[in-house]
Design a protein around this ligand. Sequence first.
Ligand SMILES: Cc1cc2nc3c(=O)[nH]c(=O)nc-3n(C[C@H](O)[C@H](O)[C@H](O)COP(=O)(O)O)c2cc1C
Length: 189
Amino acid sequence: MKILSICGSPRRGNSEAILLELQKIFKSKGVDNEIILLRQQNINRCHGCIEICNPAGVCCQQDDVKSIIDKMVQSDGLIIISPNYFQMPPGILKDFMDRTCIIFASGKDKILKFKKTAIIAVGADEAKESEVCAENIANLYCRYVGKVVAIKAFQTHSELKGNYDDVFTSGLNPSIKSDLQTIVEALLK
Ligand SMILES: Cc1cc2nc3c(=O)[nH]c(=O)nc-3n(C[C@H](O)[C@H](O)[C@H](O)COP(=O)(O)O)c2cc1C
């Protein structure tokens, strides 16, 4: 069993801290869990040249996107975590999503649309605000990529001031540990 986690934050922040906590839970259950930090990957922006990639079935750009898509296909479940930037994902995550458009031309959409997927968002506003970001990803991107089994949002202090995991320490998310357990259970069910 393998779960792939994709971190959409451009910094070492709360998104990453949450994925590390989830990884501990997976490890305790004997489940393999790889975390991909998009900020550490070489991901070019989509050129929009679908007249080339559609007939060819491959993207004309050679960077890390192909190997990430292959890992998505090979996984048993996905987690996508996104900071809330104006109720949307940050550019780094949107760039990655745009590049996954190649799944249609390559036929991988038929596999990915059935992949159990959890969507998590974090933001400085109340969790219900960042839930909009999570739902936007779930309702719009995951119409094509992933079968959503969990949607959750958490509140952060936003300014890290030397910490990177205030989502756990601030007291703003009193049930975060059990919420993460619930997400894991939904993915492993
Ligand atoms: C460009 C930008 C836009 C943001 N917009 C929002 C927002 O609309 N709502 C919100 O709750 N937080 C917003 N934030 C705060 C981030 O969501 C918050 O800092 C979050 O912790 C970032 O996730 P990270 O710690 O994983 O990097 C914004 C931050 C940035 C840099």
